[in-house]
Structure formats: C-alpha cells, structure tokens
Design a protein around this ligand. Structure first.
Ligand code: ZN
Length: 501
C-alpha cells in the first residue's frame, strides 16, 4: 500500500503471499522502483513490529541511530506504525508495568514505576460514582484480551490525558495509592507523544495534534522524549527479570525517523501531518477484506485475490459517491470511471471463484413488471421514504444535475403519509439538509422492496446471492427517468450500487 504525505491518497500496490524464508528486502526495493517510475517520491516505509518486519529492519541495517536505508543512493526512512507501538506499550504496562525516570528537572532524577493496577483501581472506584471523572474509561479498556487487544482506540483512550488527570484527582483521596501520580505522569507523557505522531489536521485544540511546521514544537518534544524512552526498563511481573520490550526500540527508531523526515521534508513543503505516517490505510483495507470474506481468518490465495479486487473497486465507487463526507479517509489514485461499469459490477457481485456454478438466476426469475403495491405498513413506508431521500443525497454528491434533481427530490417538501419521519428528522437536525424523495423515486423504492420480498426465497436458497440480487432487482425499471434518458443509466446504476452495498 502506498500513501500520500502531501495529498491524501492511498493505493494498493500489490500483494505477496509470504512464507517464512521471504526476501522482503527485494520486494521493498522493487516497490520503490515502481513508485519512482510513476514520479512519486518515496520518503519512508512503515510497518508493524511483526517478527518478519523486525528482521527486515535488521537486514536493512535500520537502527535507532540510522533509521533509514539507501535505495540507489536515496535515503529512505523506516519506521514502525505508531498505533501498534502505542498498543504494545499498553500491553507491557498491563502485563508488567514500566520503570522510567522522572523527566521533571529536579535535582536528582528518580526512578518511577507506571503500574496498571492504578488504572484498574481508578476504573473500579470511578465507575461507581454518580458523576465520573473519567467517563471514557470502561470495562473494555481494563479487560484487554482477544480482539480488544488489537483495538488501537482502546489503547489510546487508556493512555490519554483524561486518564492521567483522573489519576491525579484520586491521588491522596479515599486511600488511593499516592504512587499513582507516577502512573499519571507516564500516561500523560504517552498521550502527548502519541498525539505528536498522530496529527491529522492543520489546526487542533491540542497543540501536538496540529501539523508539524518549522515553528511547531514536535521535533523538540521528540528530542526530549528519546532519552526518556531510552531509560525505560521492564521487569517480568512473574520472575522479576529484565525483559526486552521491542516497542522501546521501535519508538526510538520511529522518533529518530520522524526527526530525519522533518529535516528533509520541511525544505520542500510547509507542513507535515504526522498521522499520515501510519498504516491505517492498510488496516482499513484489510478490515474490508475480512468483512467481505465473511470474517474468515484464513482465506486461501484465490479467495484473497478475488476479495481484494472487489474491495479496490468498491472503494473507488464509494469514494465517488461520498466524495465530500470522507475527509478522514484517503482517496484511491486509480480512477476506474473510464472502465466498463458492467464489468466492474460483475466483479463486485461475483461470488468467490470456488463456486463456479454457472446457472443464471435471472432465468428463473418471475417477471417483475406487474407488481401490485403496498404490502408495507405506514411505518415501513416512512423508513423507505427516508432511505430514498438518503440515497438521493448520496447520488447528488456524485452527479450534481438539475434535471436529476427535479426527478428525484421534492423541494416543496410536501408532508404526506410517507414523509412524516422525514419531517421529524428534519426538525431534529435542522442543518443536515435531508432530501425528500419525489413520489416517483419513492415509488421506485417501493417497487424494489416489493421485488425483493417476492423473490426472497430465491435469494437465499442458493449461492451467488449478490449476483442474483443484481439480476432480479435490476429488472425494476427506473421508468420516471425516461424523460431524462441522458442520466437514466447513471441513476439506475448508482442507486443500485448503493443498495448492494
Ligand atoms: Zn441528470
């Protein structure tokens, strides 16, 4: 996965099925070559701290003092994904506790101990209060296991400013361990550190989360934090023996890489959003693949290949639909809009290659042109009308056309039996600009629904559900677009794609 630093784009570059004896080095250099051929300048590589990746860093001679390697004499920085580093700090804190040196410039530096039991106690006491000091801290944060262990948000919320503040509030009250102020100090430092490598916008109320510029304090903070981390040590909670925590070295490499990157980049660009140096884009893609694959943990190579194609194409369509509301998510570089849409939809709708079943569902579909309406009650009609309006809204962020607008949106907002919900929704959230569907658009959705229910059994009797879905529902004609043939296909296609999603 390649990702833009200046502009917010992402692009799957390729995938590779690994075995234990893999030469990742060669792949990395190959990928950089490809990007350079596209005239993209590669600044850094980012990965998590899996054993293969740690080995890769060793082979590339990436260390905390030289957080880079050379590609045809060009310096390429290397770092670990900060959210992963934060999680492993949290895990070490929970499993063993972390010794660190107090950063406050007192006469003698003293050794402090960050202790998970303080955070646990904070949760136990605070959750019983009528008004909580730390409302965000929940059972899920304390009982970290299984999938929750993977969740970055949980780790970030535990190691947050508000937990540090709440710990300090409790210190000295109700028999709370006075040593908890040390844990608070550690949490506070981690919060600040993580913010500084997670900046996502130019301005933010927390100064570390603002963009890095010549005048921001990021580099200074990192230079102070590096010696602080160097003094961390972790002892096994069971044996008391010192243990090696990979995340300590990981943070040192990463912060030194950030310092190097800022020196290089600030000569060329005015600001850097440090949050772009994470593998979020990759994680999101993997999450979509898992969802698409029905949450199977171990798809085979064919399944994976098939699923990733679907994910890439679906993302492209989603982004053309949601252009305006996804500021956080990067856009894809490849533009599929010139591709044959039918072929693309076929890829999206096709089932895993395993089922080579060729029988076409459409052949067995009862004709749907003669539908009789209204098996819906009024609540359902209202919901459907709301959905129709929602879809229309999405459609216009993709195709802003006045003719289409007239056909799909009722600007007079006439209150009818099926628009009561819209009326109340609009009253709730007055600024959201809900779209009221025209009778025609509403009727189209009623028809879709009717067709869906009539064929319900058919959908679930066999494999290839989404393909059948497509075959059957695409027969519901979007008749009212006959006055505006220019966009008939477009409208049909997009409403449909949304529905499939
Ligand atoms: Zn139009």
């Amino acid at each position: 996965m390649a990702r833009g630093i200046v502009k917010n784009w992402k692009q799957v570059l390729g995938y590779h099925f690994t075995s234990s004896s893999e030469d990742l080095q060669e792949l990395i250099h190959e990928a950089i070559d490809i990007l350079h051929t596209c005239e993209l300048e590669v600044v850094s590589i980012v990965c998590d701290q899996g054993p293969t990746n740690q080995r890769l860093f060793k082979e590339l001679n990436v260390t905390k003092d030289t957080p880079f390697f050379l590609h045809k004499s060009k310096k390429i920085f290397a770092m670990y994904d900060p959210p992963h580093l934060l999680k492993s700090v949290r895990n070490n804190l929970k499993n063993h506790g972390i010794f660190f040196e107090d950063k406050v410039a007192s006469d003698e530096p003293r050794t402090c101990f960050a202790d998970w039991s303080h955070i646990q106690k904070l949760y136990e006491m605070d959750s019983k209060k009528k008004i909580c000091a730390c409302r965000k801290l929940t059972k899920r944060h304390i009982e970290v296991s299984g999938l929750k262990k993977m969740n970055v948000k949980l780790a970030a919320q535990v190691l947050s400013h508000s937990v540090a503040a709440a710990l300090n509030l409790y210190v000295g009250k109700e028999d709370f361990d006075s040593k908890a102020s040390e844990t608070a100090q550690f949490v506070y430092n981690m919060d600040k550190l993580f913010d500084s490598v997670n900046a996502r916008s130019w301005k933010h109320e927390k100064k570390e989360m603002c963009a890095l510029t010549e005048n921001s304090d990021h580099v200074e903070l990192w230079k102070e934090t590096i010696p602080w981390i160097e003094k961390w040590h972790i002892r096994s909670s069971k044996t008391g023996k010192k243990i090696y925590a990979a995340c300590k070295n990981g943070w040192l490499i990463t912060l030194n890489a950030f310092i190097g990157i800022s020196e290089v980049l600030l000569k060329k660009i005015k600001f850097i959003l440090t949050g772009r140096f994470s593998q979020d884009a990759l994680e999101n893609t993997f999450a979509s693949i898992r969802r698409r694959g029905g949450f199977r943990d171990n798809p085979d190579c064919n399944e994976f290949r098939h699923t990733i194609q679907k994910v890439i194409i679906t993302n492209f369509f989603k982004q053309s639909i949601n252009k305006n509301c996804q500021d956080d998510d990067a856009y894809n570089l490849i533009d599929f809009s010139s591709f044959n849409k039918k072929e693309l939809v076929d890829i999206i709708c096709s089932e895993d290659s395993a089922s080579s079943e060729k029988d076409c569902a459409a052949e067995n579909v009862p004709h749907v042109d003669s539908l009789h309406l209204n098996t819906l009650d009024s609540i359902e009609e209202n919901v459907l009308s709301y959905i129709a309006g929602y879809f229309a809204n999405k459609y216009f962020s993709f195709n802003d056309c006045n003719e289409c607008l007239k056909l799909m949106v009722d600007e007079a907002k006439i209150l009818a039996n099926h628009t009561v919900l819209l009326y109340f929704k609009e009253y709730d959230i007055s600024k959201s600009g809900l779209k009221w569907p025209t009778d025609n658009l509403f009727q189209y959705f009623v028809n879709l629904h009717e067709c869906f229910s009539t064929n319900f059994d058919l959908f679930f009797k066999r494999n290839n559900i989404s393909k059948k879905f497509q075959d059957v529902l695409s027969k519901v004609d979007i008749e009212f677009f006959n006055d505006h043939l220019q966009h008939k296909e477009k409208a049909h296609f997009f409403l449909f794609l949304l529905l499939l999603e």
